[in-house]
Every structure is written in C-alpha cells, then in structure tokens.
Design a protein around this ligand. Structure first.
Ligand code: NCD
Ligand code: ZN
Length: 348
C-alpha cells in the first residue's frame, strides 16, 4: 500500500497557548486537522464564557489565510465556576467541553479544583445538559508515587465521581496506563479515553535510561512498557471509546531544558506520520481512521469531517524545531523515521 486516505482527523486535546506561540504552532495543527479541542490552561486560565469567546477570536485571527480549522473551546473548571455561565456558553455553541484540572496536577493548574464537592452544582448541570467533562486524571497527593497517580485517580476520584453523576459524560484524557485502558473499556459509551501520539511511542526508559531527556517529559509521565503496549492495543483496536487527543503541548527549549523543566511534547507537526507508522506496525492501518477521525466525533455527537487527508509512503520533511518568536520549540522525536508523510488534504 502506497497511499492512505482518511477522513480529515480531529485532535480532541490540544494546547495552542497564546500570542507569538499561538501564531507559530497553530498552522501545524490546522494543516492536518479540521477541529481541535482547545485546552484552557492559559495564564490566566479560560474560565468564563467571555474568556472563551475572546480566546476563540484570538485563535481565529492567528489562522493562516485559507485554513480550514475550527477551534472547539473548553472552560477551565474552578471552584468558583458559575453553572449558569457554563450552561449559557454551551447553549450558544461556544464551548464543547469543560476541563477538570485537579489543582496542582500539571502546567498552569493552580486555579483548578481541590475539592470536588465545591463543583458538584456545575457538574450536575453539565450532566443535565449533556456537556462533557474532560478530566486530567492524576491525583495530586504528594505521597502517591508519580507513576501511580493515574491509577490512584481512577479509584479515588473518577469512579466515585461517575457513581455520583452517572449521566455525566466524561473523557479520561491522555490515558497512560493499562488501568486507564481497562477502566474505559469496562464502561459504557458515556466514558471515553483520549490517547496521545507520544504515549504510543515512548515508555519511561526513553525519558530516563542513558541520560535524562527533557523533551520526553510530559504529564501524565510515560509509564512502563507494558502500559505503552496496552495503549497501542486500545488505540488500534477500533473500539469507539478510544480516540486521538495529541496533548501537543509546546514549551520553548529554554523552558524545557533547565533544572526544573516544563512538561509537554510538541507533536502537532508529526502526529499523523507517527500514527500511520505505529498503526502499520500494529497491522492496523485500516483502523487509523476510526481512532483519528471517527471515534471522537461519535463521542462528542458531531458528524465526522467531510474532507480527507492523504498520506503517502515516504519520510516526512519536518524541521527538528520550529521558531516561535518566543524561542525554539522542539518537535517530538519518535526515535524513528516515520514511513508515511502527509501529501494532500481535500475539503470534501
Ligand atoms: C500540558 C501543558 O504543558 O499545558 N503538559 C503536558 O505535559 N501534557 C498540560 C497537561 O495536559 O497536563
Ligand atoms: Zn494537555
């Protein structure tokens, strides 16, 4: 097989940042993806409908001429979030989801939620109106080992939350463990799981063995090989509950390469080549479209894109870094040369 054509994919978990960084990274996503769920963890965060409307306008203004890309906005849930504001933003079509960051779990999560009881009213309202909650699934208890924080979150927070609010639609974002895969598989269509590009490729050895590699450091941190294999099996299974959320999270090299460096992998430019490579290795190229283009829309209750993206056999021609005006951002290095490159996108 020399060509691969699929419905234009969407990215159901993306960090675009703001200002010069936004202008530098957005074209890479808009080139291959028709829509993306935009994470709200700016400084200050995107908390209200008015914040989301203003951020959406900045994103649209930063799009290259002729780009066909729709940002799907999210609100950053805080303990002061007003249920009426959330409902109005949903009603007007402005937002697609609300994001739960446990306070302190990751980059710019300080304004997140410490006590879920304080957001019960918002969550009840979301369950009523069918607005999904995207969850950063890691406990923040410092006594829990960082490699166990996702599994602990499922037991301590996610499962009780879903029992309290069985009608709330939930996406367990960027799952990194077999426990995450198993939990999503054990439940119905009201629970989805996004999987990133990089967690299909790296395990924790890539970060730590033979020297420390800050560009592979992200949150949730990559786990043991057995977990990477569970994620590959889930992503390539065709199971509609699993879909692509790249978690492409650009930080400049100076911000990553320091004694306390930032978490995040910038995968927007090479996600589709890397995914095609991975799916071919798993003898599942015929399921790439489900993972990247069909399962996400089905979960969010929207139609898949009409257009198509075509990949051709051959190495992609991508820069190792992009310049942002704020500093260079390193493109995720999968450790192999992808066997596929993107060659065309049609509007459909
Ligand atoms: C994200 C970021 O930099 O905003 N970082 C990351 O490692 N994934 C935050 C997040 O999604 O946890
Ligand atoms: Zn993220």
């Amino acid at each position: 097989m020399e060509h691969l054509t699929l419905r234009t994919p969407d990215d159901w978990h993306l960090h675009l940042r703001d200002g010069a960084m936004l202008r530098a990274v957005l074209p890479w996503t808009a080139a291959h993806f028709a829509r993306a769920i935009i994470m709200p963890n700016l400084v200050p965060p995107v908390v209200t409908g008015a914040d989301a409307a203003a951020y959406r306008a900045r994103i649209l203004a930063a799009l290259p001429d002729g780009a066909e890309f729709t940002p799907l906005m999210t609100l950053y849930l805080t303990e002061d979030t007003d249920p009426d504001d959330v409902a109005a933003a949903h009603e007007s079509g402005l937002i697609t989801a609300v994001k739960l960051y446990p306070a302190g779990a990751t980059t710019n999560s300080a304004s997140g939620v410490s006590d879920l009881a304080k957001v019960q009213g918002v969550l009840e309202r979301m369950a009523e109106i069918g607005l999904p909650l995207c969850v950063h699934g890691e406990v923040t208890d410092p006594s829990v080992d960082i490699f166990d924080r996702e599994a602990a979150f499922i037991d301590r927070v996610l499962d009780p939350l879903r029992r309290r609010l069985p009608d709330l639609r939930v996406v367990l974002e960027h799952i990194t463990t077999s426990q995450g895969v198993d939990y999503v598989k054990a439940h119905d269509a009201g629970l989805g799981g996004t999987i990133t590009t990089h967690h299909l490729v790296i395990n924790r050895n890539h970060i730590l063995a033979g020297g420390i590699r800050p560009h592979y450091y992200c949150l949730p941190v990559a786990k043991r090989e057995e977990h990477r294999l569970a994620l590959r099996a889930a992503a390539t299974s065709g199971d509609a509950r699993f879909f692509l959320g790249t978690d492409s999270a650009p930080h400049t090299d100076p911000a990553k390469l320091q004694p306390c460096g930032c978490a995040g992998c910038f995968t927007a430019p090479n996600t589709m080549p890397v995914l095609a490579h991975v799916f071919e290795e798993e003898i599942a190229l015929d399921r790439l479209e489900a993972f990247a283009s069909l399962n996400g829309p089905a979960f969010y209750g929207v139609a898949p894109n009409d257009g198509t993206l075509t990949l051709e056999r051959g190495a992609p021609d991508l820069p190792p870094q992009i310049d942002t005006g704020d500093g260079a951002v390193t493109v995720f290095d999968p450790g192999f040369t992808p066997r596929w490159r993107v060659t065309a996108r049609s509007a459909g």
